[in-house]
Write a protein that binds this ligand. Structure first.
Ligand code: PLP
Length: 470
């Protein structure tokens, strides 16, 4: 049994809804529907569940936003935040001061990351981590006298953040719409999506094609101009894309051949989502020059990001050079003591409660359970790994043709889920599932049953409306 609403609601639901609607600009907002419906006010959370302001309970199928890995309302974590706030709420980490949680966390991350990644720069979130990484990589090549090495290669449908710089790394063209980007900095190669590979091509041939494409792109731009290749081990917001086996290792080999650094964006995949603290090495045989992290690093209790650099990069950026030995990059809140204390507690909980082991054990069950939805109308593909999963909805299962955008299929299914007490994330024609990592088999069953019923209800709606699905 799960708790009922953990505390008595203390809000006026209507007033809150109105205040938000009248004054809050939400991230990634579709204004017409927001103006009409406003936002669901989530007021509390416990374990794998959240409660809206009226006390209705929902299974949290997205862990807040890929991040509440240890679950909601963890009392130990709350105590840690309060204790650290009382002890030292803030002091800067510029040059000659640090604080105990920042020092301890840097050492812990160096311990958890692949052996050659030992130098941690603290950021305020995932975009900032990738932003810092780009600046630092440019600084590194400048110091080596390789001033032309500036270009970055990313992938269509990748998501690396929403700052001015990282939105350029983000390869979701629809997210660029109407905004400006820094010119000429980023080039893109294909999204490695096996479900949408060319007809008649085997996965191995597809992988060869993707690797060749990256090499061709580096040669086209000139290796002397290319600084780094950014990649999420499994693309998250781009549609939970698991690349073909060997893809990461082989793209890394190509990068090495041409002196291009590799950045593994583990903002989503880190801290247990795929069953390891960092997925790059154990799951993908990757040995990147930088790992970036955020979200699950604190289980979302407070904002924090980290860029973990190789010894080789550190050696160059920290080298003393006459008149040029100051690294002028950083944020007020780099190494914030409360955020670092939260990350330390989070890691302690993940290790002590064997959460990675739980994900490795229950993840295959989750994948299998969800894959049964493939027999339902609308469902073209069920994919992902462990606690990072996705359902792709199509109009025609044979041709994989999509429904018209205005049908808003992902939203419709999510709305049905919400009515039945489950939150999943609509992303265009997809529904993404990335729940807290403490989710039990029973809760997984509940999630899959509600999602299945919601897909069926949506298919019925479409049939009633005369929208064809095959
Ligand atoms: C892979 C990846 N990188 C970076 C980011 C940006 O993180 P933030 O929103 O904390 O800036 C995200 C956010 O979803 C992400 O999924």
């Amino acid at each position: 049994m799960t708790d009922p609403m953990p505390t008595q609601p203390r809000y006026d639901a209507k007033v809150l809804w109105r205040q938000d609607k009248d004054h809050c600009i939400h991230p990634f907002t579709h204004f017409p529907s927001f103006e009409k419906e406003g936002a669901l006010v989530i007021a509390e959370g416990r374990g794998a569940y959240v409660f809206d302001v009226d006390g209705r309970r929902y299974l949290d199928g997205i862990a807040g936003l890929w991040c509440v890995n240890i679950g909601h309302g963890n009392a130990e974590m709350a105590d840690t935040l309060a204790e650290q706030a009382r002890r030292l709420s803030f002091f800067n980490t510029f040059v000659d001061t640090t604080n105990p949680p920042a020092a301890q966390l840097a050492a812990k991350l160096a311990d958890l990351a692949p052996a050659h990644l030992n130098r941690v720069f603290f950021d305020t979130g995932g975009s900032a981590a990738n932003d810092s990484t780009v600046r630092t990589i440019h600084y590194y090549f400048n110091r080596l006298g390789m001033h032309a090495k500036k270009k970055l290669i990313s992938r269509v449908d990748a998501y690396h953040g929403s700052s001015y710089l990282t939105m350029a790394l983000t390869g979701k063209r629809e997210d660029h719409e109407g905004f400006d980007l820094p010119e000429g900095l980023v080039d893109y190669v294909s999204c490695p999506n096996p479900y949408r590979r060319p007809a008649g091509m085997t996965i191995d041939e597809y992988c060869d094609q993707l690797v060749d494409e990256l090499e061709a792109k580096i040669l086209e731009l000139g290796p002397e101009n290319v600084a780094a290749f950014f990649a999420e081990p499994i693309m998250g917001a781009g549609g939970v894309i698991v690349p073909p086996a060997g893809y990461h290792r082989r793209t890394q080999d190509v990068c090495r051949r041409y002196g291009v650094l590799t950045v593994s964006d583990e903002v989503v995949t880190g801290f247990g989502r795929l069953g390891h603290m960092f997925a790059s090495e154990p799951t993908f045989d990757l040995s990147p020059d930088v790992i970036t992290s955020a979200k699950g690093i604190t289980s979302g209790y407070v904002p924090l990001g980290a860029s973990i650099f190789s010894d080789q990069i550190y050696e160059v950026i920290s080298r003393s050079e006459p008149g040029r030995d100051s690294f002028n990059h950083g944020f007020t809140y780099s190494g914030h003591p409360i955020c670092c204390a939260a990350a330390l507690k989070n890691i302690e909980i993940i290790e002590r409660d064997r959460i990675c082991e739980h994900v490795r054990e229950v993840g295959p069950y989750f994948e299998k359970r969800l894959s049964r939805l493939e027999s339902l109308p609308l469902v073209g593909d069920v994919r992902g790994s462990h606690f990072m999963l996705c359902v792709e909805n199509v109009a025609n299962k044979q041709t994989k043709a999509l429904l018209p955008e205005e049908v808003a299929i992902g939203d419709r299914i999510s709305d049905h889920c919400e009515k039945r007490g489950l939150i999943v994330r609509p992303l265009g024609h997809l529904n993404v599932i990335s729940p807290p990592l403490i989710m039990t088999r029973d809760e997984i069953d509940e999630l899959v049953e509600i999602l299945g019923a919601s897909i069926e209800a949506t298919a019925d709606d479409l049939t009633r409306e005369g929208i064809r699905i095959d």
